[in-house]
Design a protein around this ligand. Structure first.
Ligand code: AHM
Ligand code: MG
Length: 300
């Protein structure tokens, strides 16, 4: 039997994508210092771009498209999907969406930020149900990476080793604590809808506020302490701020894999129909009971 055309087992190729993002994230972190200024550019969502946003995007594009199994690359910082060169990447089956720097406005204030990875096995824009892996890397006091793949969530500490990045496992089978303690909601209060505000007035009596301006850092607090994070639909922007392909889907996948729930206000983020690569979506993630109550409040 010929093995000439056999493919790598899928878990090996997904692992290669995850490791490439882990290693590149260490390079990105080290290169932030000289790239804190704004460029004269806007991203497809109309936000100002930092030199660091553009540089990180190019680094991820180059390294991810060099992987044989990657068919296409998309990022929050560029308008179109970049298809892999077919002659070099003939068997590509994964479509990768990256937020090269989530929470990049935190670079000026030196607060936590990081990278988000979404690996789909369907062309972009794709449904969250088509995710085969999702992850985020946090540039905090330590560099950590949370990966959801094959039905479980693992937290790693990333360090440089002699053979490249070392991913030291910290927590396996990560799940949300049963007793939630924190909440964090984006958007200005006068811009919240009356239904969302009524929900906030309830949970703020039960939970403690934690909001830092980088979704993945705020979501990581929900993973560790239990609670709810939201960037809701606003009166002025009914779809909120965050983007489905790069932010909503991967955090929804991570939180649901960790035993929690995600919602756009009506249904799981993973079931929101994909329409455009940069489409926005209201994001609510956290402990199941808190998201059930949120959906009931928004239904009112
Ligand atoms: P970014 O990817 O361009 O940094 O934008 C997304 C970020 C999220 O990380 C965070 O939840 C939100 O924007 C914060 O917005 P605000 O500054 O309006 O609170
Ligand atoms: Mg982002």
């Amino acid at each position: 039997m010929s093995t000439r055309h056999s493919r790598l087992p899928s878990e090996m190729t997904v692992e290669r994508i995850v490791r490439t993002v882990a290693e590149t994230s260490l390079d990105v972190r080290e290169g932030l210092a000289g790239r804190r200024g704004y460029e004269d550019e806007e991203n497809p969502s109309g936000e100002k771009q930092l030199a660091a946003d553009l540089w990180a995007d190019e680094l991820f594009e180059e390294r991810l498209l060099a992987i044989e199994s990657v068919a296409a690359y998309a990022s929050e910082e560029r308008s179109g999907v970049v298809e892999a060169d077919r002659t070099a990447n003939g068997d590509g089956r994964y479509h990768v969406a990256i937020d090269p720097l989530d929470g990049s406005s935190n670079l000026r204030t030196n607060n936590t930020m990081g990278v988000i990875l979404a690996v789909y096995d369907s062309p972009l824009p794709a449904r969250g149900r088509d995710l085969v892996a999702s992850a985020f890397v946090l540039f905090g006091p330590l560099t950590t990476m949370v990966v959801a793949v094959d039905g479980s969530v693992t937290e790693y500490v990333l360090e440089r080793g002699s053979g490249g990045v070392e991913m030291r496992t910290v927590t396996e089978e990560l799940t949300l604590p049963d007793e939630p303690t924190i909440y964090g909601f984006g958007g200005r209060v006068p811009n919240w809808t009356a239904d969302f505000e009524a929900y906030v007035r309830e949970v703020e009596r039960e939970l403690k506020l934690r909001y830092g301006g980088a979704m993945i850092a705020d979501v990581n607090q929900v993973l560790v302490y239990g609670g709810v994070f939201a960037y809701p639909g606003l009166e002025s922007h009914p779809k909120g701020k965050l983007r489905l392909q790069f932010e909503g889907n991967p955090v929804g996948h991570i939180i649901e894999t960790a035993g929690g729930r995600s919602s756009n206000g009506e249904r799981s983020l993973l079931d929101v129909p994909p329409e455009r690569i940069h489409q926005r979506v209201p994001v609510h993630v956290g402990n199941t009971g808190l998201i059930d109550r949120l959906e009931a409040a928004l239904d009112g």
